[in-house]
Write a protein that binds this ligand. Structure first.
Ligand code: HEM
Length: 507
């Protein structure tokens, strides 16, 4: 044992106490009269980081019960504020929307998005507004989404076929792997007009990249938040981010080259995919919004990342809830059998006639929103909920906590889809007690597409299979740390076919 180790503990205590005393004295002598939101006791250097286990949204939720709906935290040296009630969410997202429409950016985000030249993390300014117009008028509008219906139908059939094969062989299925395949193939077809080949590894590469990008964006990087470590890459994070970015860039460059080559040869597809629409805009010198090749690459990356895991994770949570609530599963199946019958596969146009299926999805999004903390950043000083919130503060809207607020939800922890049956609450950001897709101008631009995907995937799983495994009496509902609310243990079950797949798949 070195001499230093023997003195380390008392030395640390002395150092911490000195810093606290100096901070307190400094505050009173400088006459800081600001009315900051309440904040739990923080440690020097790391701030509140030690309090955020097991997952930050759960920790914030716990603290809100003691400190109220707006709390201030320090992630290392970075100040942030968390809103845990519908009223305060409304103030941030509606009353002061213009001030809270930026997104916080860590070094991973900046690097991966080619320096914020994308859409999802771009500052709220002319560039973002131009892209938003393109997104809403050409890329994710109703007409474009309808054009892609045959692709979605084909992917859903492939999904049912794959599950049927596992059912035939009595093979356990990792639901999340199957669901990510479906959502990623759907997004790939939407963006590139075709599936990526499973054989040459492109499909796998995209799925791995999406997973890794979500992971680095959602992971806490000490160098970002603790000024002492700014120049050090203690977690090897910088190296990893550069590697992911380089692999994505090689892949997307090749895909764009192939698209450009096909365009040169006049091989325009029958139905334009998102990449062709973006390339049209890029080549049009008279276009209202000029897009660079980097903008195109960054935008495609956004759609891959935002479009894959959110829908897959939501559907996995929904099935886990249904396995734990057999009466709800039975009722959903009766509804589907009544509306769709047993001789054809559920299709998207059935969804408006399946209110109980829709209620199940809403209840899942209430308890398991795939973006539990909506990240925003302030551009100006403002008084919100009576507190001074300075410019450049990161604000998290704790959608997870708001969805469990007993002031709005009776028995909030109970999974009870019936609560949505005669309730006009929708998911489009107008009801601040229920914000699974966010709210305001920065709300998710793909709500319709996202809902079509999750309803179709869950609908066919209910219609075609039994999911209760004999070893599986109740599913663990723990959450793991991650950007999109992953489950702590993946749902693994053996599907049991309840209808004849050959009849269903021939329709
Ligand atoms: C169940 C499915 C989904 C859920 C629950 C969801 C939820 C969200 C949420 C909460 C936000 C942040 C909103 C805010 O700041 O107010 C968001 C943003 C976004 N989502 Fe989704 N999403 C889903 C599916 C999708 C899909 C399928 C796509 C693409 C095809 C997509 C693309 C985006 C994009 C591009 C943004 C950034 C918008 C901006 O910053 O202006 N999402 N989503």
């Amino acid at each position: 044992m070195s001499v230093f180790e023997g003195y380390f503990f008392p030395f640390t205590i002395c150092l911490i106490s000195t810093i606290i005393i100096i901070r307190t004295l400094f505050k009173s002598t400088t006459g800081d009269k600001s009315n900051h939101p309440p904040s739990p006791f923080s440690l020097p250097i790391i701030g509140h980081l030690h309090l955020l286990a097991p997952t930050p949204h759960q920790a914030f939720h716990r603290f809100s019960k003691r400190y109220g709906p707006v709390i201030q935290f320090r992630m290392g040296s970075e100040p942030s504020v968390v809103a845990c009630s519908a009223e305060t969410a409304k103030e941030f997202l509606k009353t002061y929307e213009n001030v809270y429409s930026d997104r916080p950016q860590n070094s991973a985000v900046v690097y991966i998005t080619y320096g914020s030249q994308d859409f999802a993390f771009a500052p709220f300014g002319a560039h973002w507004k131009g892209l938003k117009k393109i997104v809403m008028s050409q890329l994710l509008n109703g007409a474009q989404t309808d054009l892609l219906l045959p692709d979605r139908r084909d992917e859903i059939k492939r999904f049912v076929k794959s599950l049927s094969e596992s059912a035939k062989n009595g093979k356990p299925v990792s639901l999340i792997s199957e669901l990510v395949k479906v959502t990623n193939n759907l997004i790939t077809r939407t963006v590139l007009g075709q599936r990526c080949s499973e054989k040459d590894g492109d499909a796998d590469d995209i799925r791995r990249l999406v997973f890794e990008i979500n992971e680095v964006i959602g992971t806490f990087n000490l160098s970002d938040n603790i000024s002492l470590f700014k120049r050090l890459d203690l977690q090897g994070f910088g190296k990893r981010v550069k590697d992911i970015h380089a692999r994505f860039d090689v892949l997307i460059e090749r895909i764009i080259d192939e698209h450009e080559e096909a365009r040169k040869q006049g091989k325009q597809p029958e139905r334009k995919d998102l990449l062709n629409i973006l390339l049209d805009i890029q080549e049009d010198e008279g276009a209202e919004m000029q897009l660079s090749r980097i903008n195109v690459k960054a935008f495609v990356m956004n759609i891959f990342v935002a479009g894959t895991d959110n829908s897959a994770n939501t559907t996995e949570w929904a099935l886990a809830e249904l396995i734990n609530h057999p009466k709800v599963l039975k009722k959903a199946r009766e509804e589907i059998d009544h509306v769709v019958g047993k001789n054809r596969l559920l299709v998207e146009s059935d969804i408006p006639n399946l209110p109980y299926l829709q209620a199940i999805m809403k209840e899942t999004l209430r308890l398991h929103p795939p973006v539990p903390l909506i990240p925003r950043k302030s551009t100006e000083d403002r008084i919100v909920a009576g507190y001074d919130i300075p410019a450049k503060t990161t604000v998290f809207i704790n959608v997870w906590s708001i969805g469990r607020d007993p002031n709005y939800w009776e028995n909030p922890l109970e999974f009870r889809p019936e609560r949505f049956l005669d309730n006009p609450l929708d998911v489009r950001g107008q009801h601040y007690e229920f914000l699974p897709f966010g709210s305001g101008r920065r709300m998710c631009p793909a709500i319709s597409l996202g809902l079509q995907m999750v309803h179709s995937m869950l609908g066919v799983m209910i219609q075609c299979f039994d999911w209760k495994d004999e070893n599986l009496t109740s599913v663990n509902m723990g959450e793991a740390l991650g950007f999109n609310l992953p489950r702590s243990s993946p749902l693994i079950c053996v599907p049991v076919a309840r209808l004849d797949p050959t009849i269903l798949l021939s329709t």
